[in-house]
Design a protein around this ligand. Structure first.
Ligand code: HEC
Ligand code: HEC
Ligand code: HEC
Ligand code: HEC
Ligand code: HEC
Length: 234
C-alpha cells in the first residue's frame, strides 16, 4: 500500500515539473538549493556571530558601579526629577561644560570613611579600600565617547534642546551592573557608537550614535541647521 504522504510528495514534484523547462532536472536543482541554503546559513553564523566576536575586544571595567542604588530614594542624592539626580554626579560646571563621569571627590562626599561602609556589600568595601583610602581615581572606560573630531555639548542638548538622558543612553543610568566594555579593533570605537547589530538595524534611539543618528534627530526636532559638517566637526 502506498503511503499517502509519499504520494503527495511525488505529486508535488511532478506538478512542479509542469512549470520548469524539460532540460532542468528538478531533483538535483532542489538538492543544489539545499546546499546553497546550508552555505547561506553557515555564512550568516560567521557574519553575525563569529565576526562580531572577533571584531570587538572585551575589557572589563575596573569595578562595577550600581546606578540603581544611587538613584534610589535612600541614597541621599537630592533631586526632584530623575534628571536632577543624574546631574548630582554628572554635573555642569560653572562655564557650562559637562563634568562627564564623576571624579573620586564626588564619591568621597558620601563614602568618606574608608574604614566604615554605608552598606553591607563586599563591592563597597573593596571600593573603599582600593580607591577611597588612597584617593585614587577609577579608570573607567567610556561607552559613549565619540572620536576626537566630533564636537558634542551636553548643555545644548539637555538644557536648550530639552532631551532626556535616556533618549541617547537608554537604561544605563538605572542599571545595577555595568556591561563589559567592547571596542572595535578596526576603528577603536566603542560598540555603543556603531551599534550592537552589524546590520545597523535599530529599535531604540540609543542603540547606536553614528553620524546619521545625530542628524536624524536634528531633522526630527526641526534643527536641520545643525546638519552642516562644520557644526559637528569644528
Ligand atoms: C549621596 C551619597 C553617595 C554618593 C555621592 C556616592 N555614593 Fe556610593 N553609595 C551610597 C549609598 C547610600 C550606597 C548603598 C549602600 C547600600 O545600601 O548597600 C552606595 C553604594 C555604593 C557601592 C556598593 C554597590 C552596591 O551594590 O551596594 C559602591 C561600589 C559605590 N557606592 C561607589 C560609589 C562611587 C564610585 C561613587 C562616586 C562616583 C559613589 N559611590 C558616590 C551613597 C553615595
Ligand atoms: C553617584 C553618582 C552617579 C549618579 C547619581 C549617576 N551616575 Fe551615571 N555614572 C556614574 C559613574 C561612576 C559612572 C562610570 C561607570 C559606568 O559606566 O556606569 C557613570 C556612567 C554613566 C554613563 C556612561 C558614560 C560613558 O560614556 O561610559 C551614563 C550614560 C550615565 N552614567 C548616565 C546616568 C544617568 C542617566 C543618571 C541618572 C538617572 C546617572 N548616570 C546618575 C555615577 C553616577
Ligand atoms: C542628544 C543625546 C544625548 C543626551 C540627551 C545625553 N547625552 Fe550623554 N552623551 C552623548 C554623547 C554623544 C556622548 C559622547 C560625548 C563626547 O564624546 O564628547 C555622551 C557622553 C556622556 C557621558 C560620558 C562622558 C565622558 O566624558 O566620558 C556621560 C557620563 C553622559 N553622557 C551622561 C549623560 C546624562 C547624565 C544625561 C542626561 C542629563 C545625558 N548624558 C544626556 C549624548 C547624549
Ligand atoms: C535626540 C535628539 C538629538 C540627538 C540624538 C543629537 N542631537 Fe544635537 N541637537 C539636538 C537639538 C534639539 C539641538 C538644538 C538645541 C538648541 O539649540 O535648542 C541640537 C543641537 C546640536 C548642536 C548645536 C549646538 C551646539 O552645541 O553648538 C550640535 C553641535 C549638535 N547638536 C551635535 C550633535 C552630535 C554630534 C550628535 C550625535 C553624536 C547629536 N547632536 C545628536 C538634538 C539631538
Ligand atoms: C550632526 C553631527 C554631524 C554632522 C552634521 C556631520 N558629522 Fe561627521 N561624524 C559625526 C559623528 C558623531 C561621527 C563619529 C561616528 C561615525 O563615524 O558615524 C562622525 C564621523 C565622521 C567621519 C569619520 C571620522 C573618523 O575618525 O572615523 C568623517 C570623515 C566625517 N564624519 C565627515 C563629515 C562630513 C564631510 C560632514 C558633512 C557632509 C559631516 N561629517 C557632518 C557627526 C556629524
Amino acid at each position: 500500500m502506498e503511503k499517502p504522504d509519499e504520494k503527495l510528495g511525488e505529486g508535488f514534484l511532478s506538478s512542479l515539473n509542469d512549470f520548469v523547462p524539460p532540460w532542468l532536472d528538478l531533483r538535483s536543482t532542489l538538492s543544489t538549493g539545499f546546499f546553497l541554503l546550508a552555505g547561506f546559513i553557515a555564512a550568516l553564523v560567521v557574519g553575525w556571530i563569529l565576526f562580531p566576536m572577533i571584531l570587538y575586544s572585551k575589557q572589563p571595567q575596573p569595578i562595577n558601579f550600581n546606578h540603581a542604588v544611587h538613584i534610589d530614594e535612600e541614597s541621599g542624592i537630592e533631586g526632584e526629577t530623575e534628571t536632577e539626580k543624574c546631574l548630582y554626579c554628572h554635573e555642569f560646571r560653572e562655564d557650562g561644560s559637562f563634568a562627564g563621569i564623576p571624579k573620586i571627590d564626588k564619591c568621597i562626599e558620601c563614602h568618606d570613611d574608608p574604614e566604615s561602609s554605608i552598606g553591607e556589600t563586599l563591592e563597597e568595601k573593596e571600593f573603599l579600600q582600593n580607591y577611597v583610602a588612597e584617593e585614587k581615581e577609577v579608570s573607567w572606560f567610556s561607552y559613549y565617547r565619540q572620536p576626537d573630531c566630533v564636537y558634542f555639548s551636553h548643555i545644548a542638548h539637555v538644557n536648550m534642546g530639552k532631551q532626556e538622558c535616556f533618549v541617547c543612553h537608554g537604561d544605563h543610568g538605572k542599571s545595577e551592573k555595568i556591561p563589559v566594555y567592547q571596542q572595535n579593533r578596526l576603528t577603536g570605537y566603542s560598540i555603543n557608537i556603531w551599534g550592537k547589530r552589524l546590520s545597523g538595524w535599530k529599535t531604540n534611539t540609543w542603540d547606536r550614535m553614528k553620524m546619521d543618528d545625530c542628524a536624524e534627530c536634528h531633522t526630527k526636532t526641526g534643527h536641520e541647521e545643525n546638519n552642516a559638517c562644520f557644526v559637528c566637526h569644528k
